[in-house]
Each structure stands twice: as structure tokens, then as C-alpha cells.
Design a protein around this ligand. Structure first.
Ligand code: ADP
Length: 189
């Protein structure tokens, strides 16, 4: 049988700031690399320092940011990469736009990294929720900007209930089920 892992695909992690997209995304990327795939990670925070430098957090700028990431993901997918995107991507219509764009080239696997605003604020790994609740920063998703919950995600990783490892396992199981990731060889010994 020809390998079903020759074609590229995109794993798109969406969710609130601090929900765990970067944590889970990097671990999924490492696991895909371990299984021999060519992987590229597009992390929203990093994209905003390069490709989307200068964009803000208005609805229009958020859409431009996500559409740029989607376009790059589609090009990489076309050339056989396993693309892992970690970006809040709060708007349903925009997620559907980038899904359609990527699906012209290969599979799009949406992962809703799900955690409540309360839990993300409790973690507040980047100190941003405290600032948003204090009004020091505005247009903050989940506080004074919307997050439209996905209704079509292939995977829902509830990071209140699951450890990071469990979320990664959930994503890998879906990629295996779809024939996108080779099944892991059992550990030696
Ligand atoms: P995001 O990329 O969604 O903004 P990050 O991955 O950067 O989120 O940050 C999530 C933070 O929450 C990390 O510091 C991570 O260690 C922590 N965390 C605590 N519990 C979990 C969990 N169950 N799953 C994922 N991350 C968790």
C-alpha cells in the first residue's frame, strides 16, 4: 500500500489565549517529526512578529492575520508538510475560510483546545488576563472580544479535564485514524 502520509496536511489548533495551543502544538509537532514527517509550526505569537507584524486586534486585522497563516499553511500543505498552526482564530467564518483554502491542497484537522476563560485566567501564563481584566489591554479574546466556539472541530481537547500528554494522544489518534500519521512503533525493550 502506498503510504498515506506522503501528502501534506494541516492541524489547526484554535482556542483562547492560555488554553494550551502552543504546548500541545509543539508536542504534536515533535511527535510527528519523530514519526518521520516534515513538520512546520506556525505559532500565532511568532507569526505576529514576522508575517503579520503591525497588525492589531480589530476584527479586520485578526481576519487578515488568520488568512495569512491559512495561506502559508495551504502552500506548505501542497508541498507535503505536516503543518501545525497554533492561533486563537476566534471567528468561525474565518476558520471556515482557511479550512476551505487548505482543503484545496490536503486535509485540515481542526483541534479546539478548550478551556474556560476562568481557567485560562487562573493559569495566566503570560500575565495578559490580569491586564485585560484591569482594562490595561483591550480587545482581548474571551474578556472583551468574542471567541466563537467551533461546531466542526475534528478534535476537542478539553485541557481542564486532560493533561497535555492526554491532549496530544487525542490529536495523534485522530491523525492516525485519518491515515495522516504512521502508527507509532512500540518502544524498544
Ligand atoms: P496558548 O498557546 O493557547 O496561548 P500556551 O500553550 O502558550 O497556550 O499556554 C498554556 C499554559 O497552560 C502553559 O503554561 C501550560 O503549561 C499550562 N497548562 C496547564 N494545564 C494544562 C493542560 N491540561 N493542557 C495544556 N496546557 C496546560
Amino acid at each position: 500500500m502506498a503510504s498515506s502520509t506522503e501528502g501534506g496536511f494541516t492541524v489547526w489548533l484554535t482556542g483562547l489565549s492560555g488554553a494550551g495551543k502552543t504546548t500541545i502544538g509543539h508536542a504534536v509537532a515533535a511527535e510527528l517529526e519523530r514519526r518521520g514527517l516534515h513538520v512546520e509550526v506556525l505559532d500565532g505569537d511568532i507569526v505576529r512578529t514576522h508575517l503579520s507584524k503591525g497588525l492589531g486586534y480589530s476584527h479586520e486585522d485578526r481576519d487578515t492575520n488568520i488568512e495569512r497563516i491559512g495561506w502559508v499553511a495551504s502552500r506548505l500543505t501542497r508541498h507535503g508538510a505536516a503543518v501545525v498552526v497554533a492561533a486563537i482564530s476566534p471567528y468561525d467564518a474565518t476558520r471556515k475560510t482557511v479550512r476551505a483554502l487548505v482543503e484545496e491542497q490536503g486535509p485540515f484537522v481542526e483541534v479546539w483546545v478548550k478551556a474556560s476563560v476562568e481557567e485560562c485566567a487562573r493559569r495566566d501564563a503570560k500575565g495578559l488576563y490580569a491586564k485585560a481584566f484591569a482594562g490595561e489591554i483591550t480587545q482581548f479574546t474571551g474578556v472583551d472580544d468574542p471567541y466563537e466556539e467551533p461546531d466542526d472541530a475534528e478534535v476537542v481537547a478539553d485541557t481542564v479535564a486532560l493533561t497535555p500528554d492526554e491532549s496530544v494522544a487525542l490529536v495523534m489518534a485522530e491523525l492516525e485514524r485519518l491515515g495522516l500519521a504512521p502508527v507509532a512503533e512500540p518502544a524498544a525493550g
